[in-house]
Design a protein around this ligand. Structure first.
Ligand code: IPE
Ligand code: IPE
Ligand code: MG
Length: 235
């Protein structure tokens, strides 16, 4: 039996902006610029398809290693995205959330992100989660530290089990991850959602993020619907 269902929680590693730009004789930053519009296109499509949560990897804990000029440009993208598309997000009832630690971000970037979360918090359709300064290992270690803190102050008394631990992750309130998509054909997780991916289906495509159209996204979702999920059992 295949799932036939629309996945509740889809995550995408939006990769290949730089390679796309190079192939078209542009600077890497132009690839990111075009990639921003595609975030809008895919989010709108995901909302139409009835996906509950779409989590997008926008900036990893490792992306600080890039040249300062590129990091600065990436930091300016949330403002660009919300300036252009906030009206549409409100109209479609899309709620913005974030996973990761935005403390090290420039003040204005933080302000823009927090404002978007605040403005959209009562929206009832899809939740669009941006992973910002997110690292899967960092998330797990942070969760453990928070649990230890709760033990110290008496808020946690039972030994930690998987269900309880999930409450300490950034993704605590979202449904389990069903489907992970990575564009631009690298077969790795790059520190994304390490815990959550344990039984997620995966989809890798050679298309670079700026060219990953809503039609291709819908095809990827159709592929999910043909998968058999057994979770270790027999079906
Ligand atoms: C993904 O595209 C966007 C971010 C990591 C922010 P890349 O910038 O990684 O593009 P490639 O992988 O160099 O082509
Ligand atoms: C993963 O892509 C991070 C994001 C898409 C934000 P990277 O381009 O940073 O990953 P690596 O370096 O190829 O593993
Ligand atoms: Mg990359």
């Amino acid at each position: 039996m295949t799932t036939n269902e629309v996945p509740k929680h889809v995550a995408i590693i939006m990769d290949g902006n730089g390679r796309w730009a190079r192939e078209h004789n542009h600077k890497r930053t132009y690839g990111h610029y075009i990639g921003v519009d595609n975030v809008r296109n895919i989010a709108i499509k995901a909302n139409e398809l009835g996906i509950e949560v779409l989590t997008l990897y926008a900036f990893s804990t490792e992306n600080w290693k890039r040249p300062l000029e590129e990091v600065n440009y990436l930091m300016s993208l949330p403002a660009m995205f919300f300036d252009k598309f906030m009206g549409e997000l409100m109209e479609k009832g899309i709620r913005i959330q974030m996973i990761g630690e935005i403390d090290p971000f420039p003040e204005n970037t933080k302000k823009v992100l927090l404002r978007a979360i605040e403005r959209t918090r009562n929206n009832k359709n899809m939740t669009l989660v941006f992973a910002m300064n997110y690292g899967g290992r960092r998330e797990i270690v942070r969760g453990i530290n928070n649990y230890v803190e709760d033990v110290r102050n008496g808020k946690a008394t039972e030994p930690l089990d998987e269900k309880t631990f999930e409450k300490y992750l950034f993704t605590a309130e979202y449904p389990p991850l069903d489907y992970l998509i990575r564009t631009s054909l690298d077969y790795r997780l790059s520190n994304f959602l390490l815990w959550q991916v344990s039984y997620a289906e995966m989809y890798f495509t050679d298309v670079h993020w700026p060219e990953f159209t809503p039609e291709l996204f819908e095809k990827a979702i159709e592929e999910y619907q043909t998968r058999q999920r057994r979770f270790g059992g027999l079906k």
